[in-house]
Write a protein that binds this ligand. Structure first.
Ligand SMILES: [Zn+2]
Ligand SMILES: [Zn+2]
Length: 250
């Protein structure tokens, strides 16, 4: 079986070990992507720290981008050489949620112990979050990738796989913000900045960012916030209310 380098977690809370692992060729409906970038999401850090348990040894990483280098049978609309974003969101295409138009809620369980990875000596190697993208290559279901333009930098494109869609989705899909509404976003980190960006795209009127750091508030304004409130101040909710034009509460 071909080998690639991957960052493997053998024990929670210890440094990942970069080592050779085996990766099988893509099967029906799967593609192999040679990665050029993979972001480190806080979920990866939480997993590696043991916050959520799960099987070991494991390969984390679930926000990636690269080029398709091999295509399994039954794959449609994708070809070798295509630039793609690789995401953890895996949809079977057949369950009630997938058939009902909400593939992100897919109910078909996935067992990462039975994925395409094995340790160098052929032992079990858990592919976390159906991705295992802290590696030179991934083999994933064709539904886990989205084709992108060749000239989009892969390190920026990788963020679309989790952080961007979590923030934008929170505004557009969960909160269903419509044009002209006001919004307060608490926390201007990776997801918060994208919630701010999503609010701007959705046409929000006032977008108030709240954070503990002046530096992050400045970045929030670049992403579309119309006002920033420093949460370290006394009763910051009063400033947030003032910023959206609400009547100041006692
Ligand atoms: Zn993530
Ligand atoms: Zn499904």
């Amino acid at each position: 079986m071909p080998t690639v380098k991957a960052a493997v977690c053998h024990e929670f809370g210890t440094p990942l070990s970069v080592e050779n692992v085996q990766i099988r060729a893509p099967e029906m409906g799967e593609i192999e992507v040679t990665l050029e970038a993979c972001a480190i999401c806080h979920s990866d850090i939480s997993y590696a720290g043991g916050a959520w348990g799960d099987s070991l040894p494991a390969v984390y990483g679930h926000e990636a981008a690269g080029k398709i280098t091999s295509v399994g049978g039954g794959v449609r609309g994708l070809a070798e050489g295509d630039s793609v974003v690789v995401t953890l969101i895996r949809a079977c295409g057949n369950c009630v949620c997938c058939a009902g138009g909400t593939p992100t809620l897919c109910e078909t369980p996935y067992d990462g112990d039975l994925g395409p990875l094995k340790t160098a000596d052929g032992g079990k190697l858990h592919r976390a979050m159906a991705c295992g993208a802290f590696a030179e290559k991934v083999v994933v279901d064709q539904r886990q990738v989205v084709k992108i333009a060749e000239d989009i930098p892969k390190d920026a494109a990788a963020l679309l796989a989790c952080g961007v869609i979590t923030g934008v989705g929170a505004v557009v899909n969960a909160a269903k913000l419509t044009a002209g509404q006001d919004v307060v976003v608490i926390g201007a980190g990776g997801v918060g900045l994208n919630a701010i960006q999503g609010a701007r795209i959705a046409g929000a009127r006032r977008i108030v960012a709240v954070d503990m750091s002046e530096e992050k508030l400045a970045i929030a304004k670049e992403f579309g916030a119309t006002a920033g409130v420093l949460a370290t101040g006394d009763k910051p909710w009063r400033d947030a209310k003032a910023a959206i034009g609400a009547v100041r509460m006692r």
